[in-house]
Design a protein around this ligand. Structure first.
Ligand code: OGA
Ligand code: NI
Length: 375
């Protein structure tokens, strides 16, 4: 499939479709029953005595992923510092998903980044089509992930660009309009990359490794891979039948997500339930990707997540992927391999690894799980 140059069928721009005033969605977007979001109207399970399931689902709606204030990490108080490290450790081990506050990225910059992309998507279609992408590199304006002919599609469009290494950063491929976009994204990228480095350090320490272990495994500060996927989820006339983004784990190292401030939609899998993340103002959502699962020999796990859509509000999110340099072999850290815990994954480069999702599209955790060697 590496030789595939183009999409298998004409691209449907979801935003244009949504704005055309349809009141039912095309069949191509209708998910099988088992994948549809659990909503009141989809809940067609016959009612039984003892409403345990119903209660579980309700409880799940009341919990959120951990929210961690990073403020104390850089202060004087040793106890508070340790306490924060412990909270990060627990969040990584038990959740794989958490929100961070006092992360060091300027709040106005976060707002500008989100707004400038919202403006980008609200430009006329011709402006966006100039950046139409192909499945060779995925860079640019796109509307699907995966090249399987006849695949069921997700209810979203996106823009994908490379930020690092600098050899792949080509501002000519970034939108020229709105005028401020390139500058804002340059600055935003710089700050978010710094945050990513700090979090890698916390994770290395918490895993009992040298503090620069993960950074070195990723190729070092100037060689890491970093890319931005800006997701645009248009309003949907039948949100119960589709998903904005199908269930997947992120293939890279770690994701630093800036969610929409007004509309929720991200759901994280917890056992048999989906938890709807409630974004905290000015926080980033951090999640572990498959490469950190491999490096940590599954002490940290990537977590399945998906996005639901709604009938009255568009949603914008900025997913910043902090990845290893793509040609390095990634494998479980020697320090985390023992007789009782043999290496669970074979060495593989990220370039090779990400071909799977780029070909098949999002499919839960099937890739990383298929790699586990059964020894
Ligand atoms: C992603 C992703 C979540 C969101 O882009 O990989 O999971 O809330 N996005 O848009
Ligand atoms: Ni994701």
């Amino acid at each position: 499939m590496m030789g595939c140059q183009e999409w298998p069928e004409p691209i449907i721009r979801v935003q244009a479709l949504a704005e055309s005033g349809i009141n039912s969605i095309p069949e191509r977007f209708i998910k099988p029953q088992s994948q549809r979001p659990k909503t009141e109207s989809n809940n067609c399970v016959p009612q039984k005595q003892g409403f345990e399931d119903v209660n579980d689902v309700e409880n799940i709606n009341n919990i959120n992923i951990p929210v961690i204030d990073l403020q104390d990490l850089y202060g004087e108080d040793k106890n508070l510092k340790e306490e924060t490290m412990k909270r990060v450790s627990e969040a990584c081990r038990e959740w794989g998903f958490f929100q961070v506050l006092n992360h060091g990225v300027n709040h106005d910059l976060m707002k500008s980044a989100r707004e400038v992309w919202r403006e980008f998507f609200h430009q006329p279609i011709e402006v966006k089509e100039k950046y139409a992408n192909s499945p060779i590199t995925y860079e640019g304006y796109g509307s699907r992930l995966g090249i399987k002919k006849g695949a069921i599609l997700d209810w979203s469009d996106y823009f994908f660009l490379h930020y690092m290494p600098s050899s792949l950063r080509d501002q000519e491929k970034w939108p020229a309009l709105p005028n401020s976009l390139r500058g804002v994204i340059d600055e935003y990228g710089e700050e978010v990359v710094k945050l990513g480095g700090r979090i890698l350090e916390l994770m290395s320490k918490n895993l009992g490794l040298k503090e620069d272990f993960l950074m070195k495994s990723f190729g070092g500060e100037s060689d890491i891979g970093a890319c931005l996927r800006v997701n645009f989820y248009p309003k949907c006339p039948q949100p119960d039948l589709t998903l904005g983004l199908s269930s997947h784990s992120d293939p890279g190292g770690m994701t630093i997500l800036l969610p929409d401030e007004n509309v929720s939609g991200l759901q994280v899998r917890r056992g048999e339930h989906w938890i709807t993340v409630k974004p905290v103002p000015n926080a980033f959502i951090i999640n572990i990707g498959d490469q950190i699962q491999v490096l940590s020999n599954a002490i940290y796990k990537s977590i399945e997540h998906r996005v639901i859509v709604n009938s009255n509000k568009d949603r914008v999110s900025l997913a910043f992927f902090y990845n290893p340099r793509s040609d390095l072999l990634i494998q479980p850290a020697k320090e985390l391999v023992t007789q009782d815990r043999p290496p669970l994954y074979p060495p593989m480069t990220f370039d090779e690894y990400r071909l799977y999702i780029r070909t098949k599209g999002p499919c839960g955790k099937s890739q990383v799980e298929s790699l586990t060697s059964h020894k």
